[in-house]
Structures are given as C-alpha cells and as structure tokens.
Design a protein around this ligand. Structure first.
Ligand code: CDP
Length: 234
C-alpha cells in the first residue's frame, strides 16, 4: 500500500499528539512528536546553562545533542531519549513548558531539528505533529491537518494529562502558559505556527478523541486510495 506523510499542526494542547499517536497506530505508521524534540533541547540547555543569547554557545551545544525515540512497551508509547537517557518524564515538566518557546524560536535550533525531522520522515508512513510540519518540514505532505480548540477546553485537557503523570498544576497557570506559548510560537520569525493553505482545519473543542482519530484516519485513507489510483493509471 502507498505510504503518505501526515502533518498535524496547531495550538498547544488541542489533542495533536494523542490523535497523531492513535492515527499512526491504526495505519501502522510511525508517530513522531516534534515538540518532544524542542523540549529535549530545552532540557539540555537548562542542564548545561546554555545562554540563549550567545549564538556560539547555542551552536556548540546543539552539536552535542542526540535525540531519539524508543518504544516503551509497558506504557504503550515511544519515549524521548536525550543522549541515551530517557527524558520522557522530565520534558513534560512545567519548567520546560515555561522555557521551550524561547528555545524553539532560535534559528540554529530550528535548523537542526527540521533537518532531523526530515530524515525521520524520509521513508514516508509517518504522522508528525508540531507547529511547522505542514508549512516548513514537509510542505509536500499528502495530508495536512490544522488543529485548534477553545482555550478553556485546552487548559482542562492539559491539566488532566499532567494529573495522569502525577503532576498537580493550577488551571490558571496552565492557561497562562498555553497563551504565552501560542503568542511566541505564532509571532516568531522562523517557522511560525500558522495554517498551511492546503490544511484541513479541525476544531476539536466539542470532539472526543475517538471522533478526532476517525476524522483524520478517514481523510488519510482517501488520500492513500487516491494516490494509489493515480499511480495505477500511469
Ligand atoms: O504538547 P504541547 O502542545 O504543549 O507542545 P509540544 O508539541 O510539546 O511543543 C512544545 C513547544 O515546542 C511549542 O510550544 C513550540 O514552541 C515548540 N515546537 C515548535 O516550535 N515546532 C514544532 N514543530 C513543535 C514544537
């Protein structure tokens, strides 16, 4: 069967990652969480006291960063590894969320991550979620989704997600963090969060996870079948 690239972009905590993971599992595709990569870089910069305004420091640090994803059978997901260490729990902490948008707006960081993301998606059969996947990383992706949802709903969803990871965080603190990141992510110069012209918009405010997954899987199947017809006719 023909394999396609599915790019899912959108605002923080609209259900991108959960939907992308499920869609990948239904289609037998690889799921790549590009946000986890920016979070891992943020953790490295924090641990090594890298000054975000010192370009030489930033470039030097990036050369020492290796990020990969490994299957965690017990948790039924892939965990993020930074230089061989499992950092999946650490990168979801609030102090990382507080700083990640300042790190992800740096040109050298974006260039390194986009290169790596393109390599990971080279063979197709991937679902990647992020902010610039359909616009910068894979502008030729066969299916692009742009997700949005009401800010209150997003805050509650993120609070529940953190609670499941044993983190109790105040709803207002979460809301402020989401709003702040949206602001920085949409206004940055390189690879800003924005809807690709050919993206399908999915407002998930009143949707269940199951409905979101069904919607994306159906769109993907029509692209896969469409692609097959084209190649059969030639
Ligand atoms: O899961 P959540 O919506 O909180 O965010 P994430 O996907 O883990 O991404 C964390 C941060 O990484 C975002 O707020 C962006 O600053 C950055 N990011 C990015 O710049 N480009 C991407 N393709 C993915 C994430």
């Amino acid at each position: 069967m023909n394999k396609i690239v599915i790019a899912i972009d959108g605002y923080s905590a609209c259900g991108k990652s959960t939907t992308a993971r499920e869609v990948a599992s239904v289609l037998g595709y690889t799921y790549i969480d590009s946000g986890a990569m920016y979070r891992a870089v943020t953790l490295y910069f924090h641990e090594h006291h890298v000054s975000l305004t010192n370009e030489k420091d930033v470039v030097g640090a990036i050369e020492n960063i290796g990020i990969d994803f490994r299957v965690n059978k017990e948790a039924g997901r892939c965990d993020t590894y930074l230089n061989g260490m499992n950092v999946e729990k650490e990168i979801r902490e609030m102090y990382i969320s507080e700083n990640v948008s300042q790190v992800s707006r740096i040109r050298a960081v974006r260039e390194a991550m986009v290169n790596q993301q393109r390599k990971l998606g080279r063979k197709k059969g991937v679902v990647m979620d992020g902010r610039d996947i359909g616009t910068v990383v894979f502008p030729d992706a066969e299916l692009k989704i742009f997700m949005l949802a009401d800010i209150y709903v997003r805050s509650v969803r993120r609070q529940n997600e953190l609670y499941e990871r044993n983190q109790l965080v105040d709803l207002q603190e979460i809301r402020e963090n989401l709003e702040k990141r949206d602001r920085i992510d949409t206004s940055r110069e390189i690879g800003p969060l924005k809807q690709a012209d050919d993206a399908v918009v999915l407002n998930t405010t009143f949707m269940t996870l199951e409905e979101q997954v069904d919607e994306v899987v159906n769109l993907a199947l029509s692209k896969i079948v469409g692609k097959k017809e084209v190649s059969l006719g030639t």
